[in-house]
Structure formats: C-alpha cells, structure tokens
Design a protein around this ligand. Structure first.
Ligand SMILES: CC(C)(COP(=O)(O)OP(=O)(O)OC[C@H]1O[C@@H](n2cnc3c(N)ncnc32)[C@H](O)[C@@H]1OP(=O)(O)O)[C@@H](O)C(=O)NCCC(=O)NCCS
Length: 134
C-alpha cells in the first residue's frame, strides 16, 4: 500500500475553509484568494524575525498545481528560506484537505514571498530578531 500524502509537520500559519464567495465563474477558488492568504501567511512568518512591520516586495515561483473547491480546508505552511539585511524570504506551501474524498490531502499551490522590514516612513530597515517570537 502506498504511503498517504501529508502536508509538512507542525502548525500551518493559516488554516481556513473555502466558501462560495471565494469562487470564480467555474466554481473553483480564485487564485487571487489563495495569493492573498499566502501573503498573510508569509507576513506572519516574517514577523517571527522582525520587530518592525513587514511589507511584501515580491512573489516568485508561484505554481497553482491543483484546483481548490468550496468546502476544502486549506492550510498555508510557511518556512523561512533566507533572512537578509532588510528582507525575509518565505516559502509557502498550500495544502487542501478535500471536502470530498474522505479528507484526502492535496498539495495545491506553492510559492516564495519576499517581505521587507520597514520603518515608520516605509523605508527598508534592518531585520532585527523578534525576541517575543523565540
Ligand atoms: C518594499 C519597499 C519598501 C522596498 O524598497 P526599496 O527601496 O525597493 O528597497 P531596496 O532596494 O533597498 O531593497 C530592500 C530589500 O528588498 C529586496 N528586494 C527588493 N526588490 C526585490 C525583488 N523584486 N525581489 C526580491 N527581493 C527584493 C532587496 O534585495 C533588499 O534585501 P536585503 O536588504 O535583505 O538585501 C518598496 O519597494 C515598497 O514600498 N514597495 C511597496 C510595498 C507594498 O505596498 N506591498 C504591498 C503590495 S500590495
């Protein structure tokens, strides 16, 4: 028997059920809805490293691998790839627990988000470890 396919171990940064308001004309979840949650999840991960607020500067290597449907519970798993001078690169792996199919897990989207720590004038500022996060 083949091994079950499972998302990364540990808690996701975000987990939420998809609703009818999230869908496109074909009845699947909009890519933009997934991207918005990836953005939030990357921000949560980046704030583990930065006392200052972070903003998104780039999305890279985004791949929508499988469609997401209403009722799927979607998890946004994050991993810090690199901490630079002012930037933090976060890999986001998105998994859906399918409403249909006895709770089967499917890897639906992945991508890399670069966040930049900014000061009160929206200027890049040094990433300083966030002591509350560790
Ligand atoms: C994010 C922002 C403050 C960066 O300002 P900037 O003057 O371009 O910053 P810099 O050129 O000094 O680069 C800052 C860091 O971001 C990185 N960076 C800049 N552009 C990048 C890109 N396109 N891809 C990946 N990393 C990038 C740089 O490598 C640098 O990292 P490091 O300090 O760790 O080496 C500015 O671009 C901005 O305000 N963008 C809009 C942010 C926003 O509104 N986001 C929400 C989108 S809806």
């Amino acid at each position: 028997m083949s091994e079950p396919v499972l998302p990364p171990a540990g808690y996701p940064s975000i987990r939420r059920a998809m609703m009818p308001r999230d869908t496109n004309a074909m009845g699947f979840v909009f890519g933009g809805v997934i991207l918005a949650e990836m953005d939030l999840a990357a921000g949560i991960e980046a704030r583990l490293h930065s006392l200052n607020p972070v903003v998104t500067v780039a999305f890279d290597q985004v791949e929508f691998k499988e469609p997401v449907q209403v009722g799927d519970v979607v998890s946004f798993h994050t991993e810090t790839v690199r901490v630079g001078k002012t930037s933090i690169v976060v890999k986001v792996d998105v998994w859906a627990k399918k409403r249909m199919g006895a709770g089967r897990w499917v890897a639906v989207t992945e991508g890399q988000v670069t966040m930049v720590a900014v000061d009160e004038n929206m200027r890049p500022t040094l990433v300083t470890n966030n002591p509350e996060a560790f």
